[in-house]
Design a protein around this ligand. Structure first.
Ligand code: FAD
Length: 498
């Protein structure tokens, strides 16, 4: 491609399309790449996707986004984690926080000492987590940078209006030089070996490119329909395949700094508090509950007046077997979808963009970049898949055919191994990068009532009285720090984010 900038054509203007456009335009110089985006008002976007994980902060800051302005424009709130209600047993509640539980005791891991001192019989793990305590009290402040302070032991993400986020990124991308074309694509000129040459819009306009990024959503217009990458379904492990979403008015002035996921008889209901409204949706398995019943359950549980008619969506958990084929890279729902339980989609979009930027070859015919991209995305999709399945399979619920199915389904061997390792000695199969690291797995194992049978031999080296005192001190410290934090709504106003 030497001698002229490569021409990158992004198909789709949902969150995936505009995140990709904004990032590529910010990271590639105009001499290296021209960036075009095609979107169709007629088709529109999926219109959901309000909760995120902490990685999005790094995405925004890499674009040079001012946090308070971004939060005002997208009506965003802070998110310290997700509360899961009724998952292992009806009546249960636990929070998967963005942060650690406890601290090492005399050089041994906190979890091992907690197990040794009685585990759940000693009291919930939650008492050792500042983000959980803060979330339950409706409090938030930015984490401290001094690693000696307990206020440095958590991270945070956002809950925002996905439509407004798309608009925010579109303004940013266009200001920086992305060229937008409005129109519906009706034909793709492609060859499975050499890739895509051009796309044709309804009005006859032809858009040619060197690299095509498929952000066309569930349609997978380029990667699936044109390039033939097949969809691998994971429905047997993640049976939810439909959702109905309804925003409602906030019930009061307080804003929870967390998302809620309440298990139902055949799925779960999300509740995502934003500044101006609350997002709600019921994710369910159509094999076990009908659309009308699912909608009724959602409307019955709204905590405020509905602000729009219910929006019904269909999906299937799984991913494309190849997300980069020849000169076509899939990002967003076109690449795969793992259901919204842990708000992972925007993170996967971000990961794909980062990898595309890192791997983009000088010569687009070089197949090694595609192979590496596909390998990295496969690993992350499978790890997230296992993490999501854990929420469903580690249940004691036997009150509906859906939970009977989830409790008894055959698991991927990779997850079976992770559960066995934790159940035996409280160990988490570790990796350094990726989305859900050790604290997340501990939160969900314990929240789903999987507790280790033994602590490690090293833990026994610390006298029980020393460990007991250290654990008590940690609980007190968490409580003291949580009540000292400001109320979430007050903090949003104080920093100019609301
Ligand atoms: P879309 O938003 O569908 O955009 C597709 C784009 O392609 C549109 O602009 C469309 O016009 C364009 N297009 C399609 N066909 C053509 C054509 N022929 N010609 C021209 N343009 C075309 N993610 C999270 O991170 N957090 C969440 O809380 C969350 N909740 C979710 C809840 C549900 C029920 C679902 C289904 C998803 C959720 N997601 C969530 C996922 C999230 O919505 C998506 O990852 C995100 O919106 C990105 O979507 P997208 O841009 O890939 O696709």
């Amino acid at each position: 491609m030497a001698g002229r900038p490569i021409r990158i054509v992004i198909v789709g203007g949902g969150s995936a399309g505009w995140m990709t456009a904004a990032a590529l335009r910010s990271k590639l110089s105009p001499a290296a790449a021209e960036i075009h985006l095609v979107e169709s008002a007629e088709i529109g976007t999926v219109g959901v996707g309000e909760a995120t994980v902490p990685h999005i902060r790094f995405f925004n800051s890499a674009l040079g986004v001012d946090e308070a302005e971004f939060m005002r424009r997208t009506k965003a709130t802070f998110k310290l984690g997700i509360e899961f209600r009724n998952w292992a047993q009806i009546g249960d509640s636990y929070i998967h926080p963005f942060g650690a539980f406890g601290a090492d005791v005399s050089g041994t891991p906190f979890l091992q000492q907690w197990v040794r001192s009685g585990g759940p019989a000693r009291g919930s793990l939650e008492a050792y987590s500042l983000p959980v305590a803060a979330a339950r009290k409706g409090r938030f402040a930015h984490p401290a940078s001094d690693p000696r302070r307990i206020e440095s032991t958590y991270s945070y993400a956002y809950q925002f209006d996905a439509g407004l986020y798309g608009r925010f990124l579109r303004d940013l991308a266009e200001e920086r030089g992305v060229v937008r074309t409005e129109g519906t694509i009706v034909a793709v000129d492609s060859d499975p070996e050499s890739g895509i040459r051009s796309i044709t819009l309804k009005d006859g306009q032809e858009v040619a490119g060197d690299l095509f990024v498929d952000c066309s959503g569930f349609r997978a217009l380029l990667i699936g329909q044109a390039m033939g990458s097949t969809f691998e379904s994971w429905r047997r492990w993640l049976p939810c395949d439909r959702a109905v979403a309804v925003p409602c008015r906030s019930a009061g002035p307080e804003i929870d700094p967390y998302t809620r996921a309440t298990a139902q008889s055949a799925g779960w209901i999300w509740r995502i508090p934003l500044q101006h409204r609350v997002g709600n949706g019921h994710v369910y398995a159509s094999e076990f509950v009908g659309d009308e019943e699912a909608e009724r359950l959602l409307l019955d549980q709204l905590e405020g007046e509905a602000l729009a008619a219910p929006n019904r969506l269909r999906f299937e958990a799984g991913r494309r077997d190849r997300q980069w084929v020849a000169n076509c890279v899939a990002i967003g729902l076109s690449a795969g979808f793992l259901e919204p339980l842990e708000s992972t989609s925007i993170h996967l979009i971000q990961l794909a963009i980062t990898n595309l930027l890192e791997l983009l070859p000088d010569d687009l015919r070089d197949a090694s970049a595609a192979a590496e991209f596909n390998r990295i995305m496969d690993v992350e999709y499978e790890r997230i898949r296992d993490f999501l399945i854990l929420h469903y399979c580690a249940t004691e619920r036997d009150d509906s055919p859906f939970w009977d199915y989830c409790r008894t389904m055959e698991l991927p061997p990779s997850l079976d191994e992770k559960i066995a390792l934790f159940r035996d000695r409280g160990l988490v199969a570790s990796y350094r990068n990726g989305m859900f690291l050790e604290p997340s797995w501990i939160a969900v194992f314990a929240g789903q009532r999987i507790f280790p049978h033994h602590s490690s031999a090293a833990a026994a080296g610390v006298p029980a009285t020393v460990a007991g005192k250290a654990l008590d001190a940690m609980r007190n410290e968490v409580e003291r720090a949580a009540v000292a934090l400001p109320r979430h709504g007050d903090y949003l106003r104080q920093i100019g984010a609301a």
